[in-house]
Design a protein around this ligand. Structure first.
Ligand SMILES: [Fe+2]
Ligand SMILES: [Fe+2]
Length: 187
């Protein structure tokens, strides 16, 4: 099943706009690098990374329609902050290849906020998305998170939240309640 998903995603991302394809490929590179260091499942980390943003370009209306038509379980916060719905929708759209509640499903479903039930592959995909070298170039304060991620995934996610919460507050963006919960769990 994972082999088929990998084959599908390797091809599918070629149909996406260059900037998104490149983000997914860089995320997959970071993800596989961290998987090797932390002795995690490399393939799960690769496909989670390649799949996490495949629904990123959908309009708000399309995301809401998919959520409603398919009764996807989303929180009230997510229904009000539709920019985070591309995670649950992407996980759903890959359901021919991944079971609901499997590790890869959770990596994609919760890649924006994080989740207290994250396993090591989920943590790696979450961090790899945030540590895309292009993002670090734009926000150099994230560089120290990549250094920490090599040694300790939990500490890297905790430090990321610390920086991110400040950033979101400054920009008047609401923080996902699941991120707050996960941060409290980690510190
Ligand atoms: Fe995303
Ligand atoms: Fe992303």
């Amino acid at each position: 099943m994972l082999d088929e998903l990998e084959k599908y995603l390797d091809l599918h991302i070629l149909s996406l706009p260059v900037w998104l394809k490149n983000h997914l490929m860089r995320t997959a590179d970071v993800s596989q690098f961290l998987a090797k260091i932390h002795h995690s499942n490399i393939q799960k980390c690769k496909v989670g990374a390649l799949g996490h943003d495949i629904s990123k370009l959908y309009s708000e209306d399309k995301l809401i329609k998919i959520v409603k038509d398919n009764n996807l379980l989303c929180t009230d916060f997510e229904l009000l902050h539709t920019e985070v719905l591309h995670g649950p929708v992407a996980a759903f759209e890959l359901s021919n290849y991944i079971h609901k509640n499997s590790s890869v499903y959770n990596s994609i479903r919760w890649h924006t906020s994080g989740h207290v039930d994250f396993d090591s592959e989920n943590k790696i995909v979450f961090l790899a998305d945030k540590l895309d070298p292009y993002k670090i170039e734009k926000r150099p304060e994230l560089k120290k998170i990549s250094d920490i991620a090599i040694k300790d995934l939990d500490r890297a996610i905790g430090e990321f939240f610390k920086i991110q919460f400040e950033f979101l507050k400054k920009n008047n963006v609401d923080i996902h309640p699941e991120s707050k919960k996960y941060y409290k769990f980690l510190i």
